[in-house]
Design a protein around this ligand. Structure first.
Ligand SMILES: O=P(O)(O)OP(=O)(O)OP(=O)(O)OC[C@H]1O[C@@H](n2cnc3c(O)ncnc32)[C@H](O)[C@@H]1O
Length: 170
């Protein structure tokens, strides 16, 4: 059985471990799938849609189960938050989605976002590490290393697997 992850980002690939533990004979394939949303999603809706599109695209490219993980930002009354979404899709047309952690972004980052820069680039500038989005990510940096991007996506991955199996067994 082929399980697809719609990204080549190691922080996302590492996070789908629960699916490989549950589906013991599964092989993980990483697809460079298109989220079909903007490079920098600006709402929960758009970020969720990106995750769903990535999951569905994996199925289109040959996976029995497709997984999509997407980072974005969303506005609330008190400022702009980092938001994260994940989705699982399968050959039968089932789709489930789940949201992950949200944290308020510092003003300096928000200013850059409003000028049209991507969060990945802003985080690279801030940390002097062009690979930061593949490692700790914004969530890791702004939580002082308490939670890495991969651990945050792992939480989403567990919620997706749980929902998927619950509905499979109904
Ligand atoms: O290779 P892909 O799978 O596209 O992964 P990505 O990190 O580049 O892309 P996402 O679509 O998940 O995120 C959209 C943008 O927001 C950035 N981003 C989102 N969450 C981030 C985080 O926690 N740390 C750093 N950048 C983040 C990301 O780098 C992109 O510029």
């Amino acid at each position: 059985m082929k399980i697809g992850i719609g990204s080549e980002n190691p922080a996302k690939i590492e996070a789908v471990g629960p699916f490989l533990t549950y589906f013991k004979n599964a092989e993980l394939v990483s697809y460079s799938s298109d989220s079909l949303v903007s490079a920098q999603p600006f709402s929960d809706e758009e970020t969720k849609e990106g995750a769903i599109n990535r999951a569905k695209d994996c199925v289109k490219q040959g996976a029995e189960i497709g997984l999509g993980l997407e980072g974005g930002v969303m506005e609330m009354e008190d400022g702009m938050y980092l938001c994260n979404w994940g989705a699982v899709a399968d050959l039968e047309g089932n789709v489930f989605s789940a949201a992950g952690a949200r944290i308020l972004l510092p003003n300096k980052v928000v200013e850059g976002l409003k000028q049209g820069k991507e969060l990945g680039m802003l985080m690279a500038e801030l940390t002097n590490d062009p690979e930061i989005r593949k490692k700790d990510g914004a969530i890791g940096v702004f939580t002082n290393g308490m939670l890495s991007r991969s651990e945050m996506f792992l939480h989403i991955s567990n919620i997706l697997l749980g929902q998927y199996v619950y509905n499979l067994n109904k």
